[in-house]
Every structure is written in C-alpha cells, then in structure tokens.
Design a protein around this ligand. Sequence first.
Ligand SMILES: Cc1cc2nc3c(=O)[nH]c(=O)nc-3n(C[C@H](O)[C@H](O)[C@H](O)COP(=O)(O)O)c2cc1C
Length: 206
Amino acid sequence: MRSEEDVATETFEASDPVALFKSWLKEAEATEPNDANAMSVATVDNSGLPNVRVLLLKDVDVDGFVFYTNLKSAKGTELEASHRGALCFHWKSLRRQVRVRGDIELVSNKEADAYFATRPRGSQLGAWASHQSTEMESRDSLIEAVMELDKKYEGQDVPRPDHWSGFRLSPLSIEFWINREFRLHDRRMFQRKTPVDQWLTERLYP
Ligand SMILES: Cc1cc2nc3c(=O)[nH]c(=O)nc-3n(C[C@H](O)[C@H](O)[C@H](O)COP(=O)(O)O)c2cc1C
C-alpha cells in the first residue's frame, strides 16, 4: 500500500475531485473486506432534524453520485422536500474519509429502468414487496408478499416500481481526509457555488 505521504502529495496535486474520488474508491475496493461503495447519506426532515443511514453508491461521474432507494421511505420523502443532502465515505482499511455535499435530484426514468434491470430478480421483487420505513407486522408478511409477486411475474421481467428509483447528488463540496501521525491529518476541500463553476480548493486544519 502507498504511504500516507504519497497519498497526500497526490491529493494536494489533484485538480479534479471526482477523478480523485474514483481513484480512492478503486483502492478501497481492493482493500475493504466488503461494500467499499457504502456511504452514510444525510438528509434533513421537515422539522430540521438530521437523519442519516448507510446506502450503496451505484454510479459516480462528472454529473454526481447516484444511489437507489424507495421514494416513499423516510429518505425519499425528505429528499423530495429538501433536494439537498450529504454523503460520507469512511474506508477503515485506508484510514481515509471523503465528505460530499450538494443538491439532489431524481435520476431519469430511463436511467432507473436500466439499473433496475441489472438487479437480481429477488432484489427486484423485494423492491415491490418492501414498504420501506413503514411498520411491518412480521417478517412472514414480507416473505409471503415476495412469493406472491414471484408468481405474478412468473416467466416475465419484473418491471421497476414507480416508488423505486435513484437520486443523483450533484456535488458543491468534496473534502478529502487522510490519516496522519499525531492526529495532524491532511484535509483538502474542493468547493464551487454551482455545478457549472470551477472548483476552488484549500487546505483545512485537521
Ligand atoms: C451496507 C448497507 C447498504 C445499504 N444500501 C442501501 C441502498 O442502497 N438503498 C437503500 O434504500 N437502503 C440501503 N440500506 C438500508 C438503509 O441503511 C436504511 O435502513 C433504509 O434505506 C431505510 O432508510 P430510511 O428509513 O432513512 O429511508 C443499506 C444498509 C447498509 C447497512
């Protein structure tokens, strides 16, 4: 593994934070025991109370960071109201953190359909069967619902439910954090006012 010094040099020389994020994610995929793409996703409810949970990052490019979920869930309704959120990746094997904040919009139906079609059939049925974030009487009711749906769609492709789709966070800030000795960590912040502006960048005290 590269030294923290080498990583810090690369991080402070980089001009494209999305490309830098992708290179860190690639390294994490080789070193994390599982789910290197897991991230905490923070939203805020309509009273201003923050909410946070772990989701899987499914795509990332110049347009932003994409994840998929149930639109009627707590996060789905919170994002529908606020259109803003934050992500935090922590790779313990690398001792690095990336924080991302920005505006969040639904992906297109075409994009969501294409991703849904790649999911295992069981996960597709689960997306129909789970009323995510609402009270469930028993696990049996969930399993029965999946079995009924399996019969309903026997011999057919499972269509994407209208209540299940993706969100894209368009980053306005991306911060890279590298563990260094004596808690004298390195932090590099990239910020821009809108997604069409150039990135401005600075070092932050740890
Ligand atoms: C490693 C991991 C990955 C997860 N990935 C997702 C995901 O991609 N989409 C999702 O809706 N929930 C995912 N979950 C479940 C969420 O953390 C959460 O329990 C669920 O989405 C309900 O959140 P909400 O009530 O805040 O809407 C994941 C949980 C873990 C621990």
